[in-house]
Design a protein around this ligand. Sequence first.
Ligand code: KDG
Ligand code: MG
Length: 414
Amino acid sequence: MRIVSAEVIVTSPGRNFVTLRLTTEDGVTGLGDATLNGRELAVQSYLENHVVPLLLGSDATRIEDTWQYLYRGAYWRRGPVTMAAVAAVDTALWDIKAKCAGMPLYQLLGGASRTGALAYGHASGRDVPELLDSVRAHLEQGYRAIRIQSGIPGLGPVYGVAAAGTDGADRYDYEPARRAAAGGIPLPVTETWGTRAYLRHVPAVFEAVRAEFGPELPLLHDGHHRMTPIQAARLGKALEPYDLFWLEDATPAEDQAALRLIRQHTTTPLAIGEVFNSVYDYTTLLSERLIDYVRSAVTHTGGITAMRKLLDLADVFGIKSGMHGPTDISPVGMAAALHLDLAIHNFGIQEYMQHSDRTLEVFRTAFTFKDGLLHPSDTPGLGVDLDTEAAAHHPYEPAYLPVNRLADGTMHDW
Ligand code: KDG
Ligand code: MG
C-alpha cells in the first residue's frame, strides 16, 4: 500500500496548527499533528522539503521501519522540529493502519486498559477568589482533577492565568499565544517575573483551595521551569501538606540532575517533560526514579511508536504517564494521546484544556469527555477528520508565547 500524497496543512482557527495528511494508493488517509508553538513554519518546511520527498511511493504499512528510516537515516537526530515531523508521519501511518483494520487505534495498541482517561483542566485566577470561582466552574464542567495557577501579589500578569474568566471564545485568554496587533510586528509580550514573590504566594493559594474544596480533589501546579533546584525543593516541601497530584516543570528541563536535588528534599510528586522530544531526555530521570510522571506528548516526542517505548520504559521504574494536552497540541495530537492513554498500563492522567469551537469546526473530533474521563471513541483510526475547506479560511498568523524578564530586565527562563 504505497503513499501517493503527503500534504502539510497549516491553519490557524484560534491558534496555529500544522497537520500532515498522508493518502495511500487505495485512497485511505491518515492525519498526524506536527504543531510546534511559535515555530510552526520550521516544521512545515522540514516536512515539505526533507520528509515528504522520502515518503512518496513508500509502503504505508511499515510504521516501525519508516520511523527508524526518518530517525536513524538522518545525520541530524532529535530536536523539537525533527521529532515533531517524525511524530506526524508516525501518527498518520497508525491512523491509516487502524482505518484499514476497521478498528479504533487503541485496539491495535493492545486494547483498552480502562474505561476512560482521567483528565485535568486548568483553573486560574488573577487572585484567590477568582481562582476559587474557576475551580468551581471546572467542577461543574465535570473535571475530577484540576491544575491551579494564580496571579502573584506585586507582579503583573503571569503566564498560566486567564485574563478574564475561564470561558471566553477561546476558553483561555492566555492561550492562544498572543498575536501581533493588526499590521504590527509579531513580537512576544514581555512579562515581569519574581520567584521570591511566587514562592511566598503559592502555599497560601493551596491553603485556600484545600479549605474550600477539601482533601479529595486531585490538584496540580505548573512551575513553568522558573525555579532553581533549591527553590523548587523548598516549594515542594512547603506544598506537602496540600497533597498535590504533581508539581510540574519545577526547573529548566534540560538539566536532569537538578531533579536529584529536588527529590532529596520533598515527597511532593514531580512531573516534567513537555518540552522534551526523545527518550534520551529521560534516561537519568527514569533510571534514578527522579520523577513520577512523564509529560511528553505524542506530537513532540516522535509519535505513537516512540511514546509507547518511552512509556514502557517508564513503567519498568514505576513511573506513569501525564501527557501534555494544551490547546497548541491539535485535536489530532490529542486523539493520538487518548488512544495511548486508554491502552497503556501505566496511565496517570491526561491534560485536557479543551479546544475552542473555532478549532473544532476545522478538526472534527469523535473523542468524548464525560464525568471527568476522556475516551477516544470507537471510530476506526484516530477518530479525527480535517475539513480542509474550513482550514483554508484560517491562514497562518505569527503568534508567540510571552517571555519573562526579572524586575531589573534580566531574561528569565520559560
Ligand atoms: O502553548 C503553550 C502551552 O503548550 C503551555 O501552556 C504548556 O505549560 C504548559 C502546560 O502545562 O500545558
Ligand atoms: Mg506545563
